[in-house]
Design a protein. Structure first.
Length: 456
């Protein structure tokens, strides 16, 4: 240690007027001064923290930007149990299509004569569909997914729902993301319970891509939320020079307090994210379409390829509440939205390369739409919807019960929910993530799962 360093450690204190000479800005200087003081008086640190000394002094001096500079997307991180690069044992991604996607426009029962009667203006005609099996076809805007269909890596489940759902977006989303029937008392998210059953992992084991925490991740697992790897960093202090980051690390090291643990781990996660960001090529160069959805999947693919240990991840895409202007295959809201989905999912699966073998993605929505079109050439809130499952370990084709669209089958004008989401999701978590049936029953309480056959 140089003489100047010794002088600083021996004499400097945040209350001393000389502290400003430590950094290029007052905020940087204050953090470095505080770190020096903490290092010099380590034996007093726990007592100082317990009395609010450290944070109160910084805040009182207008320097709260210091410890608070960790971006708000870092505050939910938790300690890393395993080193990045360890075999994560597979990744499950849940894409929630918010708004109540019309399953009959996505997975179309082309041979059902009742469909054209109910939807004379908006039904997708059989000649336009991408053939699957059992008389079903996919909307032509999903044509980029043809390689997955050909290789048997895309499965679909029609008439999927959960009992007691209402036609309320909020209630239905809350119910499905808790992973129970509508009257269930379970409050944590089903993916949080998956993480609890999986046990230790890396900092990035539970991940949400976007600005909003998915209800399915809420609970004790403390997932990470981020919008991009580049932005997953400490902000607000002169670009955060290495010396300032080192000072922040010192401030959070060795503190027997939850904020100390989370603060230090946030800094470590930020450093890991920046190392992954350096390897990331622009999404456009990797085939992703413009927009937040493509960018989210590009970020997720980079983390998976970097072996960051992602076990479960969520991505949201809104805009599916199409009461008006649903359109036809030649244009309209459904065609445009499905083009985004098809292009982004195709780019994601291609980008993963060999990692696709260990990755399974599920799309779900809170409910389907009514069978009959409304007066505005759209569809209103209904019941049974459709789920798509794609990637590694998937058994391609159409799975689950389907009883047609006759009036004796419909549930007050809706597609019935003959296939329960919990059967679908429990099968995926057991086969993709290695949970036992007993563990799956803890993820979905009071439910004994019956596989639908979507996993090979």
């Amino acid at each position: 240690m140089s003489r100047s360093d010794q002088d600083i450690l021996a004499t400097l204190h945040p209350d001393c007027p000389d502290w400003r000479r430590l950094g290029p800005t007052p905020a940087d200087a204050a953090l470095r001064a505080q770190a020096a003081a903490v290092t010099a008086h380590a034996e007093e640190r726990d007592e100082s923290w317990s009395h609010g000394f450290t944070r109160r002094r910084l805040l009182a001096g207008g320097l709260g930007v210091g410890v608070a500079a960790v971006s708000n997307q870092l505050v939910t991180t938790r300690i890393s149990w395993a080193a990045p690069g360890a075999d994560p044992g597979g990744t499950l991604i849940v894409v929630f299509l918010r708004g109540g996607m019309d399953g009959l426009s996505v997975l179309v029962p082309a041979d059902d004569p009742e469909l054209l009667k109910a939807r004379p203006d908006i039904a997708v005609r059989a000649a336009s569909l991408i053939n699957l099996q059992r008389g079903f076809g996919l909307h032509p805007s999903l044509a980029p997914l043809q390689p997955l269909i050909t290789s048997g890596r895309l499965a679909a489940v029609p008439a999927v729902s959960t009992p007691d759902l209402t036609r309320s977006h909020f209630q239905a989303q809350d119910c499905l993301e808790r992973g129970g029937a509508a009257r269930s008392s379970v409050q944590s998210g089903w993916l949080d319970r998956v993480l609890q059953q999986l046990g230790p992992g890396t900092t990035f084991r539970g991940l949400g891509i976007g600005a909003r925490m998915s209800r399915s991740l809420l609970g004790g697992s403390n997932p990470i939320m981020l919008t991009s790897l580049k932005n997953f960093t400490v902000k607000g202090i002169d670009g955060v020079a290495p010396q300032t980051l080192a000072a922040l690390t010192k401030l959070y090291t060795g503190i027997d307090h939850p904020l100390g643990v989370q603060g230090l781990d946030a800094l470590q996660a930020s450093a890991q994210a920046q190392s992954y960001a350096k390897l990331e090529k622009p999404g456009k160069e990797r085939g992703y379409p413009d927009g937040d959805f493509g960018a989210a999947l590009a970020t997720l693919a980079q983390l998976i390829k970097s072996k960051a240990g992602v076990r479960v991840a969520t991505v949201d895409l809104g805009g599916w509440d199409m009461h008006t202007g649903l359109g036809t295959v030649d244009g309209g809201d459904m065609t445009n939205s499905l083009k985004t989905v098809g292009a982004a999912l195709a780019a994601f699966t291609a980008d993963l390369g060999p990692e696709l073998d260990n990755t399974t993605l599920v799309t779900m929505s809170e409910f389907g739409r009514r069978v009959g079109q409304n007066a505005n050439s759209g569809t209103d809130h209904g019941h049974g919807g459709v789920a798509l499952v794609l990637g590694g370990g998937v058994k391609g084709g159409v799975h689950g019960r389907w009883e047609g669209l006759s009036q004796k089958v419909l549930d007050q004008g809706d597609v019935p929910g003959t296939n329960d989401y919990r059967d679908l999701l429990s099968e995926v978590v057991m086969r993709r993530l290695g949970l036992s049936q007993a563990q799956a029953e803890k993820v979905f309480p009071s439910w004994k799962p019956t596989p639908l056959g979507v996993m090979a």
